[in-house]
Write a protein that binds this ligand. Sequence first.
Ligand code: GCU
Length: 683
Amino acid sequence: NKSNVYECWLNYKHLPHNFDDEYKRFCSYIVAKSNPPIINSALEELKFAFTRFMGRMPEVLDSYPDSDCILVGTLDDAADEALRVSRGDLPEDGFMVHKFERNGKNVLAVIGKNEKGALYGVFHLLRSMCCGKPLAQVQGIDGPRNPLRVINHWDNLSGDIERGYAGKSIFFKDNRIVSDLSRVKDYARLLASVGVNGVAINNVNVHQVETRLITDEFLPDVARIADVFRQYGIKLYLSINFAAPVEIGGLPTADPLDESVKKWWRDVADNIYKYIPDFGGFVVKADSEFRPGPFTYGRNHAEGANMLAEALKPHGGVVFWRAFVYNCQVDWRDRSVDRAKAAYENFKPLDGKFLDNVIVQIKNGPMDFQIREPVSPLFGAMEKTNVAVEFQITQEYTGQQKDLCYLVTMWKEVLDFDTYAKGQGSTVSKVVSGSLFRMEYGGVVGVSNIGDSKCWTGHPLAQANLYGFGRLGWNPELSAQEIAEEWVKLTFGHDKQVVDTIVSMLMASRDIYEKYTAPLGIGWMVNPGHHYGPNVDGYEYSHWGTYHYADWKGIGVDRTVATGTGFTAQYREPVASMYENIETCPDELLLFFHHVPYTHKLKSGKTVIQHIYDTHFEGAEEAEGLKEKWLTLKGKVDDEIFDMVLERLEMQIKNAIEWRDVVNTYFYRKTGIDDIHGRKIYK
Ligand code: GCU
């Protein structure tokens, strides 16, 4: 009796118009010739879905019935069939969907290269069925473009989630791992359905208790979580504390070059693999925001990462080493430091020094998950290093799951961004998939937005971000619009008004949020600490290195080579010149790269100050428009979801109005320039 809201896009309640003609006949019999755990999960999913579709359980058989059926298995299971596909035709973890005739009956085969491939194939089929895709388009070969598609949880053992806006952890409570893992299983299904193949369950800020997750005290319980994920082809990872040898190992040092430290980590790794034979590896935040790291011992990040990588290597594990390294103790008076430059400065010189099972995990932008940032110049700068892009699915700076903000549009821009690392077409997508520089590992990492909230994500429509993260990681060529449409159809069904309305709300939401918050790429005008709501000078005189330098004449950070911090030089040409030159710098990033007078004319023809006023009035108005749109769906979507979304939209309107007025008043007071349209600005 679970409500739709719990089941998200796996509710199987909405059948499309072509279901009877195209798919119904396959939904009574499932043939599976073997039944190892992951295939079993695929069969469970089919049974669950087909029972919803047909009102009765399908039969699972190990040989063909005298009826149309679905065949599920790996290439090995299908060795007898005349499928005309060989191992080499299928991508790693990929699958083929193919219809053929056998003794006058139709067989719809879902054949994976391996078990995981079969599971992904089943989810692909079910998604396509529910979205109403014609069978002809569903057939063919598919596979993930990125080898690693990993979720990072910032969950603490207390059950609190750092930057979590959807309740408490589904893994941890009161410094223990929870005993009932049924929610974890549902989560594994959701993740596997969009191709996620790894989950780091604990916060990158590894505090005292969490440091012990890698010990016998917690490993039996960690292994229980890994067991659940394994059945869905998902590997478990742990965030570790670089100082663990000192803090829990009784060693006098955590120096990565010290033999006793190396041995300590080898023993830790050996022990973990006794409990979790397919353990994914470690996620490491080191020398970042007061976390310990190799710098303490005069070592660099490669030396730190490699020490851990060596310990994991014999077992096939990897290290995700985060590039979020910067000086967070800046004196705001000191204009020589530019936080945006830090990741590149720290990591570029180490290119080629990391072992081949280290992946450098780079945040999408050079600062920290603002609503608008340029792409980090570190993408494409490391040619001999595995890299992954880190996105923040949880909406820390983008409305905290009170405000609607569909982030897939933004991630898509990042993945499509051309680094020119090997000439035109060297997109971030190709860099992180490993294809550009022929690296073995790489992919996408997303900071989770879920918790134990009834709808998983606090804001029901924020589920689209989790869904979209997975889909885009699987295939970065999908458009943000396509992904939104899929998600809405799977979640809410096919009513055209419902689909069009929610898709349009999602697609507009990032621009709306950007409009009423920080303008033209400047970022950071938030309340310090919790990061919700406006505070234009909130970070202006702090030590975090995030400034806008607004005075009475102008605003923006001069990051040019000619007169500023020189950050633009971290990009390759022609990108570097595009940002360096105020004529070619795109409006939406103008204040990220340039300090300009408020009367500076944008490409849009407006002055900066008028742009600020206009976007803030528009943004708040459009936030109200979201509510108007949603109200038209009353009675057309589940009542409970309707109310939950409405409540959030009302919070968003309040937030948007607060932002509008605070920002407009702030800049009016700075400049004394009136709005040319004479709208209400509090003076
Ligand atoms: C942001 C966030 C922190 C987080 C950090 C990180 O700064 O506010 O809570 O720990 O990113 O990514 O490590």
